[in-house]
Design a protein around this ligand. Structure first.
Ligand code: APR
Length: 174
């Protein structure tokens, strides 16, 4: 049965098999998690992202999808880049946010990653309310890792929360 853990910290410091990046569809970097991962992981990550843009994802990585690259100099082995939806009060994009977690776990399973660290996707620059983002994250990861016959793929799924507010929101949703 996969253990689901919450911890306060920096996702770039996690010694897990795969860390998930809150990317944008360009895959060419940004701020927040994206900026930290590229800054600390080094140029190899961007080089592989560029190669993906030149081959499989000429139009960019669509929202809700996930793709893996090397983790470069990070303590992790892979980075799984996923593109979260931008919050919209007019349109319910919850399905796209759930897809980020589901697709990232599918890619992790294909890699054979046993431990995975997620940030709170879309809850920063993309404006998703933390409580709802936490609810969707935990519900989706539970469905994907603790349902019948699904509990052998992963050892530990970690949510790495950057500040106390996020940690409180995830604790409440747990
Ligand atoms: N480790 C863990 N969590 C972090 C870190 C970090 N080093 N830095 C930021 N966070 C938290 C934020 O506080 C927020 O709760 O991760 C969550 C996601 O925030 P963002 O990184 O802004 O990601 P997102 O809201 O999905 O927006 C993605 O921002 O950085 C750009 O290129 C990125 O265009 C994309 C957009």
């Amino acid at each position: 049965m996969a253990t689901i853990r919450l911890l306060r910290g920096d996702i770039t410091e996690q010694s897990v098999d795969a860390v998930v990046n809150a990317a944008n569809s360009s895959l060419l970097g940004g701020g927040g998690v994206d900026g930290a991962i590229h800054r600390r992981g080094g140029p190899e990550i961007l080089a592989e992202c560029r190669a993906l843009r030149a081959s499989r994802y000429r139009e960019g990585l669509p929202t809700g999808r996930a793709v893996a690259t090397t983790a470069g100099r990070l303590p992790a082995r892979w980075v799984i880049h996923t593109v979260g939806p931008v919050w919209s009060p007019a349109e319910d994009r919850s399905g796209q946010l759930a897809s980020c977690y589901r697709e990232s776990l599918r890619v992790a399973r294909e890699l054979g990653a046993r431990t995975v660290a997620f940030p709170a996707v879309s809850t920063g620059a993309y404006g998703w309310p933390l409580d709802d983002g936490a609810r969707i994250a935990l519900r989706t990861v539970r469905e994907e890792t603790q349902g019948p016959g699904k509990d052998e793929a992963f050892e530990e799924i970690r949510f790495v929360l950057f500040d106390q507010r996020a940690h409180d929101a995830f604790s409440a949703a747990l």
